[in-house]
Design a protein around this ligand. Structure first.
Ligand code: FES
Length: 90
């Protein structure tokens, strides 16, 4: 499904650039950069954030938790998003 009509980005393309690790995009702007484009109208930013949260949930639910090694966990955006969501949920 196309989630960004300005750049013709699919949800699958967004998910593919969200591999856990220090180089993982932390913001929608970094997702655009990772995919070789830039934000135009910005209407898709909320959807891209939702895809990022979903990817985190899948990473946390699979194989007993977060997929990063201990060495990268402190710098990994997925850990930071997870921590922020835990604060919001508390
Ligand atoms: S829909 Fe993504 S920048 Fe316009």
């Amino acid at each position: 499904m196309i989630v960004c009509s300005c750049n013709v980005l699919s949800d699958g393309a967004v998910r593919e650039c969200l591999s856990p690790g220090p180089g993982c995009p932390r913001t929608p702007a970094q997702v655009y950069e990772c995919l070789g484009c830039s934000p135009k109208c910005g209407r898709c930013a909320r959807t891209i954030r939702a895809i990022m949260r979903s990817a985190l949930g899948e990473a946390a639910a699979g194989d007993g938790g977060h997929a990063c090694t201990t060495a990268c966990a402190s710098a990994c955006s997925l850990v930071k998003v997870q921590a922020a969501e835990e604060v919001i949920a508390a």
